[in-house]
Write a protein that binds this ligand. Structure first.
Ligand SMILES: [Cu+2]
Length: 113
C-alpha cells in the first residue's frame, strides 16, 4: 500500500487507511498543541480504528511512524483509519506538522499482549 508519510502538504493528501467496521474505536482529540489522551492502550493483534478529532484551529495529523500509520484532519474535521499492531511495545505518536510535536503534540501508543 502506498501512503506518503511526510508528503507535500500543499498538494492533494493521500487517503487515510480505511476504517474496518466493528473494530474498537480510540478517539484522540488534537488541539494546539496536544493530544488527548496522551496515552493510548491497545491489544496486539486486534484491529483498531483510531479516530483523530481535530478540535484545534490548525491542521493536525496523528502519525505513528513505527507502524506506518498516519491520519490527517483539517480544523474541525475528523479522520479515521484502522490498523493492527502485531507486536507489543511502546510507539510514539506525533503530529508531523513542523513544530507541533516540539510544542507538545506527542502521545504514546502502548500495545499489550
Ligand atoms: Cu499538529
Amino acid at each position: 500500500m502506498h501512503r506518503s508519510m511526510w508528503g507535500d502538504r500543499g498538494g492533494e493528501l493521500d487517503r487515510p487507511p480505511s476504517p474496518q467496521p466493528g473494530a474498537p474505536d480510540v478517539v484522540v482529540v488534537a488541539t494546539e498543541f496536544a493530544f488527548e489522551p496522551a496515552e493510548v492502550r491497545l491489544r496486539a493483534g486486534e484491529t483498531t480504528t483510531v479516530v483523530l478529532d481535530n478540535a484545534g484551529a490548525l491542521i493536525h495529523d496523528l502519525t505513528i511512524a513505527d507502524l506506518g500509520f498516519q491520519l490527517i484532519a483539517d480544523p474541525g474535521a475528523v479522520a479515521a483509519g484502522s490498523f493492527v499492531a502485531a507486536e507489543a511495545g511502546r510507539f510514539e505518536i506525533r503530529c508531523s506538522i513542523p513544530g507541533h510535536a516540539e510544542a507538545g503534540m506527542t502521545a504514546m501508543l502502548i500495545v499489550a499482549r
